[in-house]
Design a protein around this ligand. Structure first.
Ligand code: GDP
Length: 197
């Protein structure tokens, strides 16, 4: 476990009320139910830090966690939930897109993708949007324990190939399992490297 200390700082529904952008920050986002809360809990070693839930689309807040007193891990609400109105979806988009494009200390967006599936349009579209806005991002494939390594590798390769239609250089990818506590350290190492530069 590379993280020694993880503290919940605040939950927000408004970009204007976020903590001072005085330290680097890294956002985690993905389709609802992708396993984001489980991964955050597994990486930080704190079981209840991000709430895990079976009910998609529950978290509608920007949650800030202070990691080792040096950087913020930011838990963003999941996208692509089915049980919501068009208005809710539009509100989500405005809120999150504003956060992503305006947050000056945001170093990198980690986009979580379910490793069990072939590339999904909603994930690919989101990556393309990040690319259009010039926002640096990396891909985290989740739930690796749910199928064979070969299957995960195939799905990751397909995702990279899909993105390569739009990106000259496909961003780094990580394969993780919150269940088996695997893959998290590589993400923390990359974050530390960015913080050191
Ligand atoms: P979120 O909506 O993206 O925050 O997703 P959650 O973390 O709440 O996870 C959604 C469901 O997937 C829950 O039932 C989790 O127990 C399950 N899950 C999450 N990560 C893993 C994993 O690495 N392996 C397995 N087997 N299940 C997982």
């Amino acid at each position: 476990m590379l993280i020694k200390n993880a503290e919940f700082i605040c939950s927000n529904t408004e970009v204007s009320k976020l903590p001072e952008p005085s330290i680097p920050e890294y956002a985690f986002i993905g389709r609802s139910n992708v396993g984001k809360s489980s991964l955050i809990n597994s990486i930080t070693g704190k079981k209840g830090l991000a709430k895990t839930s079976q009910k998609p689309g529950k978290t509608q807040l920007i949650n800030h966690f202070l990691i080792d007193k040096t950087w913020y891990m930011v838990d963003l609400p999941g996208y692509g939930f089915a049980v919501t109105s068009k208005k809710n979806r539009a509100d989500w988009e405005r809120f999150i897109r504003r956060y992503l494009t305006q947050r000056e200390n945001l170093q990198c967006v980690f986009v979580l993708v379910d490793s069990r599936h072939e590339p999904q349009k909603i994930d690919v579209d989101f990556c393309c949007w990040l690319g259009e806005k010039g926002l640096p991002f990396m891909l985290i494939f989740t739930k690796a324990d749910k199928q064979s390594g070969v299957k995960s590798d195939q799905n990751m390769a397909k995702f990279r190939k899909t993105l390569s239609q739009w990106f000259e250089e496909v961003p780094p990818t990580f394969l993780t399992s919150a269940e088996k506590k695997e893959g998290g350290d590589a993400i923390i190492e990359v974050i530390r490297e960015i913080n050191a530069n």
